[in-house]
Design a protein around this ligand. Structure first.
Ligand SMILES: *[C@@H]1O[C@H](CO)[C@@H](O)[C@H](O)[C@H]1NC(C)=O
Ligand SMILES: *[C@@H]1O[C@H](CO)[C@@H](O)[C@H](O)[C@H]1NC(C)=O
Ligand SMILES: *[C@@H]1O[C@H](CO)[C@@H](O)[C@H](O)[C@H]1NC(C)=O
Ligand SMILES: *[C@@H]1O[C@H](CO)[C@@H](O)[C@H](O)[C@H]1NC(C)=O
Length: 311
């Protein structure tokens, strides 16, 4: 449908999507079996991890996102007092977003409204290039004083070096949703043209992964992995934010390539390598971006439209 056209644009058009193309969203994420990568993107959660102490990682936040009549959850990372970095695919088509210091299912949790959001203009909902969104919150969380610092460099991964990194998320684990706890897990991460496993006989996925490798970090497949609700969360290497949880796919031949059970070692996940996006992030953090800031207004308009329709 018209989703690609809209998705290459800024937040105004993204808000329009919420009204116009609910069908596209449902198709893409749940029904359309011809787009396996896309199918799996909201299927993200941390399997076989363990609970972490929020005092050490206060910047890991939960997101509750309203997409038309659906409520969805993702994870985000505070990169400054007012800005949360997350994945564009989490926010695509949303009409409101709330940021939680705790589990986003915990209504009593400390939360903030998102007053502006900035979707990366290169976001491609098939390849997940540019799968990045910055959320500006209404006011800082009172007792958070440490924010994730962005770093990363392709040279760190030279000569097939893998780095030990950590993934974080408020999502599901291999059993179900752990109540009010966020998990983290260690993974070995690679970068390069052959860093991700690819399904040899699924050319759709193979072509995408091979042509977009520069944008992604690839954990070595393991039963410790991101699952539902972890999308948008942090990949932390050497104490710095290197990546944002994006999507996954089954790379194992002859298995249909679609099953993405949480904790299945046949699933390759990909994380957006944010080093290439640092200028864009800094421009927004420091308010030097030229993006027109009418997004809050769009949220209000959406609410009104929905109210009228619901009468
Ligand atoms: C999005 O990614 C797909 C797969 O790599 C590519 O075929 C398509 O041209 C991209 N769309 C745009 C608008 O760049
Ligand atoms: C933030 O402060 C509140 C109130 O003092 C406290 O209940 C909560 O546990 C604190 N959160 C963190 C992550 O330290
Ligand atoms: C990020 O950098 C600042 C300034 O150097 C530092 O105070 C802060 O602790 C760092 N954050 C983390 C999570 O390491
Ligand atoms: C990678 O290997 C090349 C050639 O063997 C060497 O010159 C270079 O220093 C190595 N780089 C790293 C980061 O180990």
């Amino acid at each position: 449908m018209n989703s690609i056209l809209f998705l290459k644009t800024n937040c105004m058009n993204i808000s329009v999507i919420a009204i116009l193309s609910l069908v596209t969203i449902i198709d893409g994420y749940i029904i359309n079996q011809s787009l396996p990568i896309k199918n799996n993107i909201r299927v993200a959660r941390i399997a076989n991890g363990e609970q972490f102490d929020q005092a050490y990682y206060p910047y890991v936040v939960g997101l509750k996102i309203q997409i038309v009549d659906e409520e969805t959850y993702c994870t985000g990372t505070l990169v400054s007092p007012r800005f949360v970095l997350t994945a564009a695919h989490c926010i695509e088509g949303s009409s409101s977003v709330k940021v939680y210091q705790t589990d986003p299912r915990n209504e009593d949790g400390e939360k903030r409204e998102v007053i502006e959001l900035f979707m990366h203009s290169l976001y491609n909902d098939t390849s997940f290039v540019g799968d990045l969104c910055l959320l500006k919150i209404s006011n800082p969380f009172k007792n958070i004083t440490s924010y994730a610092n962005i770093s990363g460099n392709p040279e760190l991964f030279a000569n097939e070096t893998s780095l030990k990194c950590f993934i974080f998320g408020w999502g599901k684990n291999e059993i179900g949703y752990p109540k009010y706890r966020a998990n983290f897990a260690s993974v070995w991460v690679k970068y390069g043209p052959n860093a991700c496993e690819v399904p040899p006989d699924n050319y759709f996925i193979k072509d995408i992964v091979e042509s977009t490798w520069k944008d992604f970090l690839c954990p070595v497949p393991n039963n410790r992995m991101a699952c539902i609700g972890d999308s948008g969360g942090a990949l932390v290497c050497q104490g710095f934010l290197f990546g944002v949880t994006s999507h996954g796919y089954n790379y194992y031949p002859e298995m249909g390539h679609l099953k993405t059970e949480c904790g299945d070692t046949r699933v390759q996940t990909r994380y957006l390598f944010i080093v290439n996006y640092r200028d864009w992030i800094n421009d927004h953090l420091h308010g030097t971006s030229s993006t027109i800031k009418f997004n809050h207004l769009m949220f209000i308009l959406i609410s009104i439209v929905r109210f009228l329709l619901s009468i």
